[in-house]
Design a binder for this molecule. Structure first.
Ligand SMILES: *[C@@H]1O[C@H](CO)[C@@H](O)[C@H](O)[C@H]1NC(C)=O
Ligand SMILES: *[C@@H]1O[C@H](CO)[C@@H](O)[C@H](O)[C@H]1NC(C)=O
Ligand SMILES: *[C@@H]1O[C@H](CO)[C@@H](O)[C@H](O)[C@H]1NC(C)=O
Ligand SMILES: *[C@@H]1O[C@H](CO)[C@@H](O)[C@H](O)[C@H]1NC(C)=O
Ligand SMILES: *[C@@H]1O[C@H](CO)[C@@H](O)[C@H](O)[C@H]1NC(C)=O
Ligand SMILES: *[C@@H]1O[C@H](CO)[C@@H](O)[C@H](O)[C@H]1NC(C)=O
Ligand SMILES: *[C@@H]1O[C@H](CO)[C@@H](O)[C@H](O)[C@H]1NC(C)=O
Ligand SMILES: *[C@@H]1O[C@H](CO)[C@@H](O)[C@H](O)[C@H]1NC(C)=O
Ligand SMILES: *[C@@H]1O[C@H](CO)[C@@H](O)[C@H](O)[C@H]1NC(C)=O
Length: 385
C-alpha cells in the first residue's frame, strides 16, 4: 500500500516536471520516445531506463534489440529486478564485504549480494523515479538528487544527470554526477541487455551465436565465486574462455564446450558464461570502437565507444525463463520467454570494487568530493554486417 502510494506520487511528480519543461510528454503507455534516422529509443523515469531500442535489421525491418517489459508499471514491481537497461549507482557493481575506507574512516554498506554490496544496495539509483528535466525529439535528460545515506553507508548528497540522445544510427549516453558536500564513491554505469535478433531466431533464443570483439581487452579481472574481483589481473590466451580480443569473429559461445565454461562466472559452478570485467587497454584515440557485438541472423552490429577504462560483460545466466518477452520480440509459440543465457549486458564502467584495491590506482578516480564532476560518456552505433 505504502509502495503503491509512493509510486503514484512519483509518477505524478515526474509527469508534472515533464509538462513544465517540455512538450509533448510521454506516450499514452508512459514512454518517452526519441528518434533519428535509423534509430528509435524509448525511456521511462524509473531507473532512467531504456525500454525499447529499434534499429534496422538486414531485411530492412525495425527490430527491438534490448530487453524490457511491455507494461512500464511492471519495472518497479518486478521482484527479480535485473536492472533492465537502467543506471545503477551511485556505485555500480560490487563493493567487497560491504565496506570501504575514505581518509581512514571505514563505511559499511548493505550486504545484499552474499557478503558484498551490489549496485549500492537498498535505494540504489536503478530503483528511483528520476526527474525528466529536458525532453526533445532526439534527446532526454533525467536528473536525480541522491540524499546522504539514502543508500546505507554512502554519505554525502550527490547530484546526477543522465542525457540520452540519438543521431543517425547512434545512441549517445552521457552521465554527469557530483558530490555536493563530502567525499563519496561515485561509479555509475548504463546496464543495457542486448539480443540483436530480438529473439526472432527460430534456431535458438540463446546469445551464443552472437559475435563479440573486444580488440583492446585481452586483460580481465579474475572473479571469485561471488563475481567479486580477487585483485588479480589475468590475460586471456587466444582461444581461451575469456578471449574476445584475439580475433574479430569469436562468438559469445565460442568456448561453451570447454571445461570451465560452466562455472566461469562463479556460484560454485552454477554460473555459465560471463559475469566479469575486461580492461580496455590503450585504445587509439581514433579507434572505431572498443566493443562490437553482432549477429549474423539479423545482420545487426552494435559498436561501443566509451571514455571508460573497461566494461562488465554479463551473459544472463540468472535469467530463469519466467519473464515474458515484449510483444516487439520473439516468435509466438517458439521464443516467448527470457531464458537462461539468452542476452548479454555490456556495461562500460570503471574497475569494480576499485575503492578497495589501492594497488589498481583507481581509488582516487572513484572518490568524488565537492568541486569535481564525473563525466561518463558512451555511444552505441548500429549498422549492418
Ligand atoms: C561471508 O563471510 C563469512 C564471514 O567472514 C564467511 O564465513 C563466509 O564464507 C562468507 N560467505 C561467502 C559466500 O563468501
Ligand atoms: C535497490 O533498492 C531497492 C529499493 O530500496 C531494494 O528493494 C533493492 O533490493 C535494491 N537493490 C539491490 C540490488 O540492492
Ligand atoms: C525531483 O525534483 C523535485 C523538485 O525539485 C525534488 O524534490 C525531488 O527530490 C527530485 N527527485 C529525484 C528523484 O531526485
Ligand atoms: C545511515 O543509515 C543507517 C540506517 O539505514 C544508520 O544506522 C546510520 O547511522 C546512518 N549513518 C549516518 C552517518 O547517518
Ligand atoms: C545537472 O543538471 C542541472 C540542471 O540542468 C544542472 O544545474 C546541474 O549542474 C547538473 N549537474 C551535474 C552534476 O551535471
Ligand atoms: C575466424 O577467422 C579465422 C581466420 O579467418 C578462421 O580460421 C576461423 O575458423 C574463424 N572462426 C570462426 C569461429 O569463424
Ligand atoms: C558445442 O556443442 C553443441 C552441442 O553439441 C554444438 O551444437 C555447438 O556447435 C558446439 N559449439 C562450439 C562453439 O563448439
Ligand atoms: C528476414 O526475412 C527472411 C525471409 O522472409 C526471414 O526468413 C528471416 O527470418 C528474416 N530475418 C529476420 C531477422 O527477421
Ligand atoms: C599502479 O601504480 C603502480 C606505481 O606506478 C604501478 O607499479 C602499478 O602497475 C599500477 N597498477 C596498475 C593495475 O596499473
Amino acid at each position: 500500500m505504502k509502495f503503491a502510494l509512493l509510486f503514484a506520487a512519483a509518477v505524478a511528480e515526474a509527469a508534472v516536471v515533464a509538462r513544465e519543461c517540455t512538450a509533448p510528454g510521454p506516450d499514452e503507455d508512459g514512454r518517452y520516445t526519441i528518434s533519428a534516422p535509423g534509430i528509435k529509443a524509448q525511456f521511462i523515469p524509473y531507473g532512467a531506463t531504456l525500454t525499447n531500442l529499434f534499429v534496422k535489421d538486414k531485411n530492412g525491418s525495425d527490430i527491438d534489440v534490448v530487453l524490457g517489459y511491455d507494461d512500464v508499471n511492471y519495472y518497479p514491481k518486478d521482484p527479480s529486478h535485473p536492472v533492465y537497461n537502467a543506471v545503477p549507482g551511485r556505485y555500480a557493481n560490487r563493493i567487497g564485504n560491504g565496506r570501504y575506507t575514505i581518509d581512514g574512516v571505514t563505511y559499511h554498506t548493505e550486504q545484499n549480494d552474499g557478503n558484498n554490496t551490489l549496485h549500492s544496495g537498498t535505494n540504489n539509483w536503478s530503483y528511483r523515479f528520476w526527474n525528466v528535466t529536458a525532453f526533445s525529439a532526439d534527446s532526454i535528460t533525467f536528473s536525480l538528487l541522491d540524499a546522504s545515506n539514502s543508500s546505507l553507508g554512502m554519505l554525502g548528497r550527490v547530484e546526477a544527470n543522465v542525457t540520452y540522445s540519438v543521431t543517425k544510427d547512434t545512441w549517445h549516453i552521457k552521465i554527469t554526477a557530483r558530490s555536493l558536500d563530502q567525499k563519496t564513491p561515485i561509479m555509475p554505469t548504463q546496464h543495457t541487455y542486448f539480443n540483436l535478433d530480438a529473439y526472432r531466431n527460430p534456431a535458438s533464443p540463446k546469445i551464443w551465436d552472437h559475435t563479440l570483439y573486444l580488440p583492446y581487452s585481452p586483460r580481465y579481472l579474475e572473479g571469485d565465486q561471488g563475481a567479486l574481483p580477487t585483485g588479480k589481473i589475468l590475460t586471456a590466451a587466444p582461444g581461451s574462455i575469456n578471449d574476445f580480443a584475439s580475433a574479430p569473429n569469436l562468438t559469445v559461445g565460442h568456448a561453451r564446450n570447454l571445461t570451465g565454461f560452466e562455472g566461469n562466472c562463479g556460484a560454485n559452478g552454477a554460473c555459465e558464461g560471463y559475469n566479469g570485467y575486461w580492461l580496455i587497454d590503450n585504445p587509439p584515440p581514433d579507434a572505431d570502437f572498443v566493443a562490437r557485438l553482432s549477429s549474423a541472423f539479423s545482420g545487426v552490429k552494435a559498436e561501443l565507444r566509451t571514455n571508460q577504462p573497461g566494461l562488465v560483460l554479463y551473459s544472463c545466466n540468472w535469467m530463469d525463463g519466467t519473464a515474458s518477452l515484449k510483444k516487439t520480440q520473439g516468435i509466438p509459440g517458439v521464443n516467448e520467454k527470457v531464458v537462461r543465457s539468452s542476452c548479454i549486458a555490456i556495461e562500460a564502467q570503471d574497475w569494480p570494487d576499485g575503492i578497495n584495491h589501492p594497488e589498481w590506482n583507481r581509488t582516487t578516480a572513484q572518490i568524488y568530493g565537492p568541486g569535481r564532476t564525473l563525466n561518463w560518456e558512451s555511444s552505441w552505433t548500429f549498422g549492418l554486417l
